[in-house]
Design a protein around this ligand. Structure first.
Ligand SMILES: [Zn+2]
Length: 163
């Protein structure tokens, strides 16, 4: 019996490290070939970071033990908003939705926002979902107070009180 020196050539095995470096090369290649790709990535990261800053500034406060608005409070929140969603676009246009409105915490409950009329706003399901638990900027609160002056019943406070 003789040992053969000729081994069947083993199929090329790709190491995981090679796969990672290949993927990285692909990404880096995109940066070089498509400058907009790099700009898009930077923009997405910057947006994600900036959206979290107010939450970091305010920190985590103790949560209001009451998570949901009382029925009477919800009625008040919707009533003073004229039963219309209070979301405003960046150009200041107010959402026209009037169905299935929800009482939302302007300052998120998970961030210590109180479950009270003063911290409430009427939002349609779409804008409530989109807002999620984002902490608003102070300028957003000031803008909301100004906009509310246009549709809140006279004599009603338009100022948002966090807690
Ligand atoms: Zn809306």
């Amino acid at each position: 019996m003789t040992w053969s020196n000729t081994q069947p050539s083993s199929p090329a095995v790709t190491e995981p490290a090679e796969l990672v470096s290949g993927a990285l090369d692909g990404v880096l290649h995109q940066f070089v070939v498509e400058p907009w790709f790099g700009a898009l990535v930077v923009l997405l990261v910057a947006t994600a970071v900036v959206r979290r800053i107010p939450g970091l500034v305010h920190g985590r406060r103790r949560r209001d033990p009451q998570r949901c608005f009382l029925r009477a409070d919800k009625r008040l929140v919707l009533q003073r908003a004229g039963h219309r969603c209070e979301h405003h676009s960046v150009f200041g246009r107010r959402c026209t939705a009037t169905d299935d409105l929800q009482a939302d915490h302007v300052h998120p409950h998970s961030r210590g926002g109180a479950t009270s009329v003063d911290n409430g706003q009427a939002l349609c399901p779409r804008h409530n979902t989109r807002k999620a638990a984002r902490v608003p900027w102070d300028w957003e609160l000031r803008r909301l107070a100004q906009q509310r002056a246009g549709y809140f019943p006279p004599g009603t406070s338009t100022v948002v009180v966090h807690h």
